[in-house]
Ligand binder design. Structure first.
Ligand code: ADP
Ligand code: MG
Length: 346
């Protein structure tokens, strides 16, 4: 069976390694192909950013790693252990080491428990005594910027969105995980609060020695925090590589289109270009060959018949495209826009 390729996978020292992951959901009118044969790895201490439009399979990927969704096929390795078919009791132990935070902070907190108890939830499950739980809770609340006892006795409904996300982050870190999966952790927050939470996550990453998977549709956010970036489209990986390199020289037309769709309000973030037209096709019936072909400015006949494999297009940069873009694609013109139009390698 043709796969998307694993050329971009690195050594066995990866903390998280996902190979040929497939997640499908049965539906009345067929099968939802949410994640279709993707591979990636994250080395210890690294931050991997996952980007793509809504519906591209980002959350499903994160949930599959924690085995919160049923994995249809593929291999997931955490710390060298294959966990794709680990028992539920083994997963409960492993999930302490692999924590996840979500987009809706208030909704992810138990409305009837105090902030102090929510942060200590994981420790309570481990059977730690009350004194230890309270001590850890106070310390962690201080680290997430909610110290001084003022917040400890509050209920989630008394918190702002940003404060609630701080509590959710505290709850995740109280059990000292090694891997933190952040699924659009700032998408629901006011713009002014987003930067505070991003900065907090960066600070905590160092303090807790974390490896991070950071899912977002805001490319500016991902660029700021990620070592590597993985671009997903309709359940597939389009591009994977060093974050700065992918942003400066996107090789996949989809990456380029995503970057060019970023509004020009912040010149560091992107260039105003033709917005990505149309919608992501239905994952019930994805296009043959390259799934991006019906929206791609570089499309050719082969794109309908042959699925492009992941291959190296630059040092440490990989793309699944029959006609990857030249590396001059996003040089700036004098007016601050892309100086060179989208051009495939001939
Ligand atoms: P993203 O996080 O990139 O927006 P998701 O992983 O949430 O994308 O979803 C990928 C695709 O899978 C979408 O088409 C979504 O509607 C579908 N999907 C997600 N969860 C389920 C589910 N439990 N049952 C059926 N379809 C689902
Ligand atoms: Mg999502």
């Amino acid at each position: 069976m043709a796969g998307s390729g694993t050329a971009h996978l690195r050594g066995p020292e990866a903390l998280l390694r996902v190979e040929s992951l497939v997640v499908e959901y049965p539906a009345k009118s067929g099968v939802v192909q949410a994640v279709s044969d993707i591979s990636f790895d994250v080395l210890p201490g690294e931050t991997l950013g996952i980007v793509g439009e809504s519906g591209c399979g980002k959350s499903t990927t994160g949930r599959a790693v924690l085995r919160l969704d049923r994995v249809t096929s593929g291999r997931i390795e955490f710390n060298g252990e294959s966990i794709g078919d680990a028992s539920e009791s083994r997963m409960r132990t492993l999930r302490r080491d692999m924590q996840m935070i979500f987009q809706d902070p208030v909704g992810s907190l138990n409305p009837r428990r105090t902030v102090r108890d929510i942060v200590a939830e994981g420790l309570a499950i481990e059977g730690k005594p009350t004194a230890e739980r309270d001590a850890t809770s106070s310390a962690v609340l201080g680290q997430v910027g909610l110290g001084g006892e003022r917040f400890a006795g509050m209920l989630p409904r008394q918190l702002s969105g940003g404060q609630a996300q701080r509590v959710a982050i505290g709850r995740a870190l109280a059990v000292k995980p090694t891997l933190l999966i952040c699924d659009e952790p700032v998408s629901a927050l006011d713009v002014s609060v987003q930067a505070q939470i991003i900065n907090l996550l960066e600070k905590l990453k160092a303090e807790f020695d974390l490896t991070v998977v950071f899912i977002a549709h805001d490319l500016g956010v991902v660029r700021a925090v990620s070592d590597n970036v993985m671009v997903m489209y309709l359940g597939k990986v389009c591009e994977f590589g060093d974050s700065a390199q992918v942003y400066e020289n996107p090789a996949h037309p989809y990456t380029r289109a995503l970057l060019d769709s970023v509004p020009l309000t912040d010149p560091d973030k992107g260039f105003e270009g033709p917005a990505l037209e149309g919608d992501v096709p239905s994952p019930l019936n994805p296009p043959s060959g390259c799934r991006f072909r019906n929206r791609c400015p570089s499309v050719q006949d082969v794109c309908a018949t042959e699925e492009p494999m992941m291959r190296e297009v630059g040092s440490g940069q990989f793309a699944a495209c029959h006609f990857p873009l030249k590396n001059i694609a996003r040089k700036l013109g004098a007016d601050g826009r892309s100086a060179v139009p989208t051009a495939p390698v001939s």
